[in-house]
Design a protein. Structure first.
Length: 427
């Protein structure tokens, strides 16, 4: 059970749920619990705890069951939360926000619509103001609003009196946010790499403060991959096999992603096969989605379509699977089917975003959806059996092509200051 008020400071603005602008976060469930007095859960890669008072929630049991089902089935959820209800859970050292509603499995579940916010008092100390900025920065970061979030996080991390536990949370949030900002910079160039270097700096500070945190290591590995530091990324994942055996699923997905980005599809496939041997791994959307993605890269579009279809049996509301299956259908000349999946992906995306505040990521996606929609409609009218390849490539820069090592990285892996025990032999 969370200590919503224990030792914490309620931060906020308007003191009613109706006047607050809700934010939205979307990811997989990483943990949660339900008691008579509190319902809470957390999401992967998001430094926030989401809370609902069962007494103020229409059906807390149904809400929590949806959370449990999503966790068991490996499905993502969309959470709408109120930034004006922020508090600090000083047991877990995380910002807490009240859940107003949840979308899981294509269904909407009402959350705690009654818990109100309180206003930060005018007499607040510098540390309390920094905690306020930290909580709000993380709230807007999780919602994909970097222009609001970054100044708040910078302000919080500049306060010398900020508790070390909260400083760590701030570094984690800023590292992830800088990564997201970088990936939204299209076309990729030096500015993108500079943002990634900022993410790497925060990630290394995070890792130095919490050397046993596997998430910090994997954050750095992912950013190094985007920067073309493939050797260092592989070394981190190799070390992860030894240090975090309970994270084998993430490590193997990491290996697969690095080798795929390097263009070494045989090695990527081998790691995905190993991942598939883990208990219940094949029954998750991430496995099927990444397998379909790899088959796309190999030009095996029909096989990719089959993988996405299997994943949809587990998670029928994942817009990314419909998007990629649409691209695969287009590559095989099945334009009508491609358009159908495209429209479903677009509908699911719009459903997730309904009522959410504007964000850089949403604007970015909307532009690409519009471009692809025009291509598919034009092709359907001219030749519904024409093969159209590359619809999922060349925009988000998802590592579709190997890149040269960034000039902003040291010239060789040996020049990196990696933590002791990291293995640089690559197999």
């Amino acid at each position: 059970m969370i200590a919503l008020l224990s030792g914490g400071l309620l931060l906020g603005g308007p003191a009613s749920a109706e006047t607050s602008q809700l934010l939205k976060a979307e990811s997989n469930i990483s943990g949660g619990a339900l008691s008579k007095t509190a319902l809470w859960f957390t999401l992967d890669w998001i430094n926030v705890e989401f809370f609902a008072d069962p007494a103020k929630t229409a059906n807390a049991e149904a809400l929590f069951q949806a959370v449990k089902d999503a966790s068991t089935e490996g499905r993502s959820v969309a959470v709408w939360y109120d930034p004006d209800t922020a508090s600090i859970d000083r047991d877990k050292w995380l910002p807490v926000f009240v859940v107003r509603r949840l979308v899981a499995g294509g269904k909407t579940f009402p959350g705690d619509e009654k818990t109100a916010a309180e206003v930060l008092p005018a007499s607040a100390s510098a540390v309390e103001i920094a905690e306020n900025a930290l909580a709000r920065g993380i709230a807007y970061s999780a919602a994909g609003q970097p222009k609001v979030a970054l100044p708040l996080l910078d302000k919080a991390l500049a306060e010398a009196g900020l508790a070390p536990q909260l400083r760590l949370v701030g570094l984690k949030a800023r590292a992830q946010l800088r990564e997201g900002v970088a990936l939204a910079d299209f076309p990729a160039g030096e500015a993108r790499d500079q943002a990634l270097i900022g993410a790497l700096e925060d990630g290394r500070a995070w890792s130095a403060a919490a050397p046993d945190d596997s998430y910090a290591a994997f954050q750095n590995a992912r950013v190094l991959t985007y920067l073309g530091g493939y050797q260092e990324a592989l070394a981190i994942y190799q070390d992860g096999l030894l240090r975090w055996p309970d994270q084998s699923y993430r490590v193997m997905r990491g290996f697969e992603a690095v080798y795929r980005d390097m263009g070494k599809l045989k090695e990527a496939s081998e790691w995905l096969d190993k991942l598939g041997e883990l208990p219940d791994a094949k029954n998750t959307m991430p496995y099927r989605y990444h397998r379909g993605w790899l088959l796309d890269e190999m030009g095996q579009y029909e096989a990719a379509i089959a993988e996405y279809s299997e994943g949809m049996k587990v998670q029928p509301d994942y817009d990314g699977a419909f998007w990629r299956r649409s691209c695969a259908y287009a590559a095989t000349g099945q334009i009508e089917e491609s358009l159908g999946d495209y429209l479903m992906a677009k509908k699911l995306r719009e459903t997730y975003l309904q009522g959410a505040a504007p964000s850089t990521g949403a604007d970015f996606d909307a532009k690409r959806y519009a471009e692809v929609g025009q291509i598919l409609m034009k092709t359907l009218a001219e030749d519904p059996h024409r093969k159209v390849t590359g619809l999922c490539q060349g925009y988000w820069d998802w590592g579709d092509e190997p890149r040269q090592r960034s000039k902003l990285l040291p010239p060789s892996p040996g020049a990196l200051d990696l933590p002791a025990g990291y293995i640089l032999e690559i197999f």
